[in-house]
Design a protein around this ligand. Structure first.
Ligand code: TMP
Length: 294
């Protein structure tokens, strides 16, 4: 069998970690045989499409950007609540020593409490546009070019985010990457006629239920029914299951971006993702893999 990995030189860089090279080799071979007609790409948003950090300074998540909208920023009760929730739950999300099955219930708690906290706030799309322009996090180097290539190649792209959908969509639009081939599944806000938020439109999507539950019966699912190869990109362990709801997917190549708790988390990331990129703030590896497949 030809050694595909050797044909993609960037995969031998020091920060590119691969546990099972034979499995990756097989998968690359199978996906490239299927070609672009059989391919779909699923991206997480926060810290996957956006950089994890710039010079050590972390980027704001979509929820954090949301909370900077003036009507949220000036609401002390709301600020105190979401700050308290993040302080309690974010370390749990990231802790490599807590098993995923224990994290699920706690993440459900976080998203439900967060939905409760935003209910009753009043804002407009103009507020969302402005806050996104103000705090817009940087997209990974090469992200715009990658999205443009995927659009030209007519490969369906899903941005699957447990963040705030309205912010995610606005950032994608403002960054000129929301091409016609891109769909977003996320927590979109539901508004009352007077502009008051009543909660999320659907049941919350959190970092560990971003899978079959949220993807079935969506436009994207129908669009990719005959595409049985997927590349999945994420920064959280839960992101690796983003294509789980697509039973027809035979080859799912998982690429994980790892930045926090590198030493502790690396073994789990290597077990979960086919390619692990350690502190890599670019789209260079996904683009090289795509260029090989096309
Ligand atoms: P992702 O699926 O796009 O990575 O986004 C989910 C992130 O949002 C996750 O890391 C937790 C974070 N988050 C907040 O910062 N504040 C909140 O209120 C909630 C519910 C999640």
């Amino acid at each position: 069998m030809p050694d595909i990995i050797d044909q993609i030189p960037i995969l031998s860089k020091r920060n590119v970690q691969i546990k099972n090279k034979d499995k990756l080799n097989d998968m690359l071979l199978n996906i490239s045989k299927g070609g672009l007609k059989k391919l779909q790409i699923v991206f997480d948003f926060d810290k996957t499409i956006t950089k994890q950090h710039e010079d050590g300074v972390p980027h704001l998540s979509s929820f954090a950007i949301f909370s900077k909208i003036p009507s949220c920023l000036n609401n002390e009760k709301y600020q105190e609540t979401v700050r308290g929730l993040r302080l309690k739950y974010y370390p749990i999300e990231m802790d490599p020593h807590i098993p995923v099955k224990d994290k699920i219930e706690l993440m459900e708690e976080w998203w439900n409490l967060s939905e409760k906290a935003i209910s009753g706030l009043k804002l407009t799309q103009k507020d969302i546009d402005e806050v996104c322009l103000d705090c817009k996090p940087a997209l990974r180097e090469g992200c715009k070019e990658f999205f443009s290539t995927l659009n030209k190649a007519k490969v369906p792209v899903l941005v699957f985010s447990a963040g705030c959908g309205d912010i995610v969509l606005t950032i994608l639009q403002q960054s000129n990457v929301f091409w016609p081939n891109v769909k977003v599944i996320s927590n979109f806000l539901n508004f009352h006629d007077d502009g008051t938020i009543t909660g999320f439109k659907d049941k919350p999507i959190h970092v560990f239920n971003k899978n079959e539950y949220a993807i079935k019966n969506t436009d994207f699912y129908n669009l990719v029914e005959d595409r049985n190869n997927a590349i999945v990109l994420g920064d959280s362990l839960g992101d690796a299951s983003m294509a789980q709801g697509m039973e027809h997917c035979q080859n799912v190549l998982k690429i994980g971006f790892l930045y926090e708790h590198i030493e502790d988390a690396l073994p789990q990331y290597l077990d979960t993702f086919d390619i692990v990129l350690v502190d890599d703030q670019t789209m260079d590896v996904p683009r090289a893999v795509f260029d090989f497949i096309r």
